[in-house]
Structure formats: structure tokens, C-alpha cells
Design a protein around this ligand. Sequence first.
Ligand SMILES: [Mg+2]
Length: 203
Amino acid sequence: MYIICSDLEGIYTPEIWINVSKHTGIEELRLTTREVNDYNVLMRGRLSILKQHGLKLTDIQKVIRQLKPLQGAREFLDWLRSEYQLIIVSDTFREFADPLMEQLGRPTLLCHHLTTDEEGNITDYNLRQPDAKRKVVEALQNLNYKVIAIGDSYNDISMLRKAEKAILFRPPQNVIDENPDIPYVTSYEELRKIIIATTASEK
Ligand SMILES: [Mg+2]
């Protein structure tokens, strides 16, 4: 029996931090897991930039509330969830994801959470567990599922490598170059086809 573990940003939604960068004009916030492969280095940097600029959680939530899912994402997810069990496994935070999850029909989401102080400053981030994405795949395999993993960035690679079937969706060139054995697709239609083909003999 197959189950699907999919990343969120870059697959169904825009990159949240890139949009925060655009809306706030803070260029340094543009970096994502697409460019920086150490998530802790990336997050420590982001938190210190927010502090420097006095940006609070509500400022970021305001930006996120204006974001829309990627074109065709909701339709694809509705199809996927009508045919398969799906878990979205993300390195975002509960406090950020909610407005986007609502627009996606609230699929199951496993992600991290933030710590804020009484003034609403983000003071820390709490990883759900180390190597959280790969751990989800392992846990599901222990429940006797086979996993199809979908991702686009460095932070997805350990999840993709653990899964029975890995698919990259619209990855940047450096991720393609470093993982030439993982197939990549650029449209939801191709993604649908590869999932159907993978599960043809056993759903
Ligand atoms: Mg992503």
C-alpha cells in the first residue's frame, strides 16, 4: 500500500520567505533551502535579520495571508486526496502555514513551530524532531506503507532517499545536478502520471 509524503513550499505554495523578503524589502531574507543546505544556519540567520529589523510574527503573518497557492495546486491536491492518502511534511511553522493550508483544503500537515515572546517577537524555532522529513517516511514504512516522496529542495533529499519512490517537482538546477538519479517533473500533470504509474500494480 502506497502513501504520499509531500513537501509544501515550491510544490503547492510559493516560498514563504522569498515573499516576506519581497514585501518587506529585506533582501537577505531571500535565501531558502534551495540555496542553503544547512537548515539551522538558514533559520538562525533569518531570526537575527527579523530581530535587526524589528519584524514580529504578526508582520510575517500579514504577508502570508496575501499569498495564494500555486496555480493548479488545489485541483491537484483534491485529485490526489481523492485517490491516495497524503501527508504534507514541511520545514515551515504552524504559525506560518495556516492561511495557505486553509486555501488548500486543509490536508494533513506535519511541521515545526515557533516560540514568541510577550511582544510577539519570534525568539526561537522548535524543530518537531531532527531530520523530521526522513523520520516521517521511516515511521510510515514501519506501519507497512510504501512511500512516494515529493520534494524540490535540499531539505527534501533525505526524505526522498528514504522513500520507495522519489520525485522532484520543479527543482532548481543545482538540486537536479546533484541528484541525477531522481526523476524530476515540472507540471502537476506529469506528477499525476508518475504517481499513477508507480502505484499501478498496488495502491
Ligand atoms: Mg520546498
